[in-house]
Design a protein around this ligand. Structure first.
Ligand code: SF4
Length: 328
């Protein structure tokens, strides 16, 4: 069975962009692959953050992932910093990672442009990502389109390291693209992202979901209820395609084009369907939050399993790189 690796930032509560764009796909991969999933707290510290919030957010993300359907009996879930070999391999890979390629990464350029002083960790972020994947010799990586550039760099790093040290240790990981490639936020512009404040959390209450959907951006041509709209350019219509039945989606498009209803009616139907779809996750999350020791147990067993795998890879890396063997 091929091995899959993927990670998610500890941004706290899982939002529907994370769920539709990544986690739903992760759940579907359980039966086809040996899956390793990780909450990437070492990546999170490359950006300004509040240290007191990091551990609770990491645990909250783990709760969200388990509530969303990750099954710890069929996949491994752990916290990145609990397996120190991630950082060790990142250092080893940085010896072959081309500086020019790192400086050309779109995400680095975007993030660096917003910083007064650019931390080296921001530049090395894709090297750590390569280490995350290569540490487990993973062949497949479920990614969004915005991560394809980093995955291509991971392949380049694997090729260079294998060539430099004369082995074929690292496979060149291939992407598994999610069907829902880019979930747009409630502002109707940018990708749904916690940092942009345009999200709906999968564990939010029905009231909170409605409060967020009500003012969400729609087709600006629908200035009044009598103005017809174009559903294809409206993000509410895009969300209906994930939460409503095919018949409802068709009804939404027709009512929009003919000004048969107002945007609030359309959003109410979406809210009802979204609330119903997310209800089982909210229930599972409430149960997990009442028993945090279960979540810690899952993460502990996951880290233990991953330390074993990572230890075996690092022994081969150290030997290939000529580092002195450790004494027993
Ligand atoms: S009716 Fe629905 S699909 Fe049409 S613009 Fe309004 S919210 Fe969007």
């Amino acid at each position: 069975m091929q091995r899959v690796f993927s990670g998610i930032q500890p941004s706290g509560e899982l939002h529907i962009g994370n769920y539709l764009g990544a986690v739903r796909n992760w759940v579907a991969l359980h039966s086809e692959y040996e899956c390793i999933f990780c909450v990437v707290d070492l990546h999170a510290i490359t950006q300004p953050y509040e240290p007191k919030e990091l551990a609770p957010r990491t645990l909250e993300m783990a709760v969200g992932l388990l509530a969303a359907g990750l099954d710890p009996e069929r996949c491994t879930l752990f916290v990145q910093s609990h397996v120190p070999e991630h950082a060790e391999l990142a250092w080893a890979l940085s010896t072959v990672a081309p500086l020019g390629d790192l400086e050309r990464m779109t995400q680095f350029k975007d993030k660096a442009a917003r910083e007064e002083t650019v931390p080296a960790a921001l530049l090395n972020y894709p090297v750590l990502q390569a280490a995350d994947i290569l540490l487990y010799l993973a062949e497949k990586v479920p990614v969004g389109e915005d991560q394809l550039q980093h995955l291509e760099l991971a392949r380049e790093i694997a090729r260079r390291w294998n060539a430099r040290f004369g082995t074929a240790l690292f496979p060149e990981p291939q992407p598994v693209l999610s069907k829902a490639r880019r979930i747009v936020g409630l502002d109707g512009n940018a990708k749904m992202s916690k940092s942009l404040g345009n999200t709906i959390g999968v564990l939010e209450s029905p009231e909170a979901i409605w409060e967020k959907l009500r003012p969400a951006m729609t087709d600006p041509a629908r200035k009044t209820r009598r103005d017809p709209g174009t559903p294809e350019i409206c993000n509410i219509y895009a969300l209906h395609q994930h939460f409503s039945t095919p018949d409802e989606v068709e009804h939404v498009a027709q009512m929009c084009r003919t000004a048969g209803w107002g945007c609030l009616d359309c959003k109410r139907l979406l809210a009802d369907n979204m609330i119903a779809a997310l209800a089982p996750m909210r229930e599972r999350a409430a149960d997990l939050k009442a028993h945090p020791e279960r979540v810690r147990g899952v993460l502990g067993r996951g880290a233990e399993h991953c330390r074993r795998l990572a230890g075996a890879t690092m022994a081969r890396v150290r030997e290939a790189m000529g580092l002195a063997p450790r004494s027993a």
